[in-house]
Design a protein around this ligand. Structure first.
Ligand code: G3P
Length: 218
């Protein structure tokens, strides 16, 4: 499963990219606004840090302007992936952009039928938001299972499932068990993945015993 990091904070991206675990980045208008930086500038810097797909979302809601914005954003760097919302105008824009060779991430997906439409529109990625479904007391990961089953029923559907709105390391494990193609992970959750109390305790015990041996490797 590919790991994308879900942020527009370039310091976080640079730090996590250094681990070798970051396969791409997703941003959205809220994350860009939170960065406090010019959108094009921060997008260019992110694309310079991470060679994998970097999602940049259009803010227009009509097809004509979505297309114009998408084409402008795609010019920033070859690894820019255009994010469009799962609306009819977004699906139309997805079809045009992907037909021209631009990668598209169809976002704000909350149902299997929406994900089916995204795949039929030729989306490179579809972003089902699991955390926001959980927030309503629904089972966000059930949606991932449904989409996985539907996509696997039809060889012609080659859209990648990009699990989004991740709130916990458990979401990540479930996404991998289901066979999602990508998870986009908030930095704080990504950092938690390596942590286990028994690992910390075990390492401390190894080093304490090693210390007692009086030996050194170097
Ligand atoms: O960036 C897309 C998605 O991961 C955002 O999810 O619910 O944390 O705003 P959320």
């Amino acid at each position: 499963m590919k790991f994308f990091v879900d942020t527009a904070d370039v310091d976080e991206i640079r730090d996590l990219a250094a681990t070798g675990m970051v396969d791409g980045v997703t941003t959205n208008p809220s994350l860009v606004a939170k960065s406090g930086r010019d959108f094009i500038d921060v997008l260019k810097e992110i694309c310079d840090i991470v060679p994998g797909p970097v999602s940049a979302e259009v803010t227009a809601t009509d097809h004509e302007n979505m297309l114009a914005e998408g084409r402008k954003l795609a010019e920033v760097a070859p690894n820019v992936t255009i994010k469009v919302p799962l609306t009819w105008d977004g699906l139309k824009t997805c079809r045009v952009l992907t037909s021209a060779g631009t990668q598209v991430n169809v976002t704000l997906c909350f149902s299997a039928n929406q994900a089916l439409l995204a795949a039929k529109a030729g989306a490179t990625f579809v972003s089902p938001f699991v955390g926001r479904l959980d927030d309503l007391g629904l089972e966000g990961m059930e949606l991932i299972s449904e989409i996985r089953t539907i996509y696997d029923n039809y060889a012609a559907l080659d859209t990648q499932i990009l699990v989004a709105s991740i709130r916990s390391t458990n979401h990540l494990k479930q996404a991998a068990l289901i066979g999602a193609d990508v998870s986009t992970i908030p930095p704080a959750v990504l950092r938690k993945l390596a942590h286990h109390t028994l690992t910390d305790q075990g390492l401390a015990a190894f080093l304490a015993d090693w210390q007692k041996s009086g030996q050194a490797i170097l």
